[in-house]
Design a protein around this ligand. Structure first.
Ligand code: ZN
Length: 511
């Protein structure tokens, strides 16, 4: 006769196994090198483990439910564990988008012998546990009720507690299956929303229509650029370009990516304060003018701007759905190969590209390589309380060197074209002002994003009056809300949607 085990012990065995394998892999990229970061990671790991037990507790109440769900969960987790260890992939709304967008041929190219083995091993383990639940577990009705109630409290609690707990648990298996799929569906819904602002607005391209390359930067504050008096040369490759025009005094009222990005893309209107969440962007106007448009995503899409990314003819993910919530390296130079391929496609349509950069996003060391680790010492873990201000600033400045490298490569890619690059950071960053860090505050550096344009020689020769106007107005204090009209103006688009008095060319102070 086989030994019987109680239900609670069985669910605990499955949970411990899961957390010792899959959860450990998901935490393996956490930077840990001192007592602060170790304690924090141990706390988060424990939180995810307890939350996971809620799921396994619920699953194991019924042996039929367990037999049905445990094998596919283990097979899927095996696949994600393998992908996590080999290419740093995680379940995220972007990886779900990419996976569901793949065709059969693409899927076959992704499935390697190692991945197939991981799926089979996961499946075998799932079947083993299902068999154990079916044959060896004893339980009374009362025990099943207790397990159900405990499971419901823990799972619902994990998904309705503080945003930080939801974030930590929701972005990790097994919860990420639900949480990220939900985010994916929300993004889809926003992207499919009906917006008709410029559907029938006429727009005409210029005779020698230029390519317009709009880089949305991340957390780059203006005062850390050499052109704005910073003592370090954080842009060694592009700052002495004689064609670069710098805007030292741009103001933004939005200090969070989700709100700032939609405002950069849409027409500001005091009468319609919600324009950024109900209007189409300038992308549709460029399309109406015959432009070929693409959005290069180096950040996960969120519901706040997934509409705009899908407004473009092509949406190109540049980092295989890696999540910014994890700690694999994500570099903006990864956008260059797909961008180069797209812009060199053999058709004559002018191009509008939006490149959404990861830039200087926290955690800084994941956004530059050893080549750009110029300013040292750098930060080694993410617990700000245990880091020196010097190391934080050094790491931040190294991300700007990586942005410089990216922009230099971008410039080289379009150098022979009639093109203009516009760089706008979504907002600034705090580096210890009033003891504040990241972009949670209201201090001045947050509201002063880096902004500059970089025309090619051909663009400058074709549109000298544009370049002159930009130079004349560059030092005027202006608002980031002018970006919409500025982009249309730099693209020389003729359309009634454009207000020529509301651009960076007009030099009108606006707050
Ligand atoms: Zn941002």
């Amino acid at each position: 006769m086989q030994r019987k085990i109680p239900l609670w012990l069985f669910s605990l065995i499955v949970c411990v196994f899961y957390c010792a394998t899959i959860t450990v892999i998901e935490f393996s990229d956490q930077p840990v090198n001192d007592i602060f970061s170790f304690a924090k990671t141990a706390m988060l790991y424990s939180l995810v483990s307890v939350a996971s037990w809620g799921v396994f507790s619920l699953l194991s109440v019924s042996r039929r439910v367990f037999a049905l769900l445990c094998p596919p969960l283990m097979a899927f987790s095996g696949a994600m564990g393998y992908l996590g260890l080999t290419i740093g992939s995680r379940v995220s709304e972007t990886s779900i988008e990419i996976a569901l967008g793949n065709d059969a041929e693409m899927w076959f190219s992704v499935i390697t012998p190692g991945l197939a083995a991981a799926i089979l091993i996961g499946l075998a383990i799932g079947i083993f546990f299902a068999r154990m639940r079916w044959r060896n577990v004893v339980s009374t009705s009362r025990q099943r009720w207790v397990m159900t109630i405990a499971g419901v409290i823990i799972t619902i609690g994990s998904m309705t507690a503080s945003p930080k707990i939801i974030w930590t648990v929701g972005n990790r298996l097994p919860y990420s299956l639900y949480y990220c799929f939900n985010l994916y569906l929300t993004n889809k819904k926003e992207a499919a929303a009906v917006r008709t602002t410029y559907e029938h607005t006429p727009a005409l391209a210029a005779d020698n229509a230029p390519d317009v390359i709009f880089v949305i930067g991340e957390s780059l504050r203006a005062d850390h650029l050499p052109m704005n008096g910073y003592h370090r040369n954080t842009l060694p490759k592009i700052s002495d370009d004689s064609l670069l025009i710098n805007f030292p005094d741009i103001y933004t009222g939005h200090t969070n990516t989700n709100i700032a990005v939609p405002h950069l893309l849409t027409r500001y209107s005091a009468q319609k304060p919600n324009h950024a969440f109900s209007d189409q962007s300038f992308i549709t106007l460029f399309k109406n003018a015959g432009y070929k448009t693409a959005w290069f995503a180096n950040q996960n899409l969120t519901k706040y701007y997934s509409y705009f990314a899908n407004e473009a003819d092509s949406l190109i993910y540049c980092n295989d759905g890696k999540s910014i919530f994890h700690y694999e390296r994500t570099l903006d130079t990864d956008m260059i190969p797909p961008f180069r391929q797209w812009i060199n496609e053999p058709d004559s349509a002018p191009r509008l590209a939006i490149l959404h950069a990861i830039g200087s996003h926290w955690w800084y060391p994941t956004h530059y390589t050893e080549v750009d680790e110029t300013f040292t010492p750098v930060i080694k873990h993410k617990e700000i309380a245990g880091l020196s201000n010097e190391a934080i600033v050094n790491s931040y400045d190294n991300t700007i060197l990586a942005t410089d490298r990216f922009l230099a490569e971008l410039r080289a890619t379009v150098n022979q074209r009639n093109a203009i690059i516009i760089y706008m950071s979504d907002h600034g960053e705090l580096l210890g002002e009033d003891g504040c860090y990241l972009h949670d505050g209201n201090q001045k550096p947050l509201h002063r994003p880096a902004a500059f344009v970089l025309p090619t020689a051909t663009y400058a020769a074709n549109f000298p009056q544009v370049v002159d106007s930009l130079r004349m107005s560059a030092s005027t204090p202006m608002s980031a809300t002018l970006t919409f009209h500025t982009l249309l103006s730099l693209g020389r688009i003729s359309t009634p949607a454009l207000n020529p008095d509301s651009t960076f060319l007009s030099g009108r102070p606006l707050r």
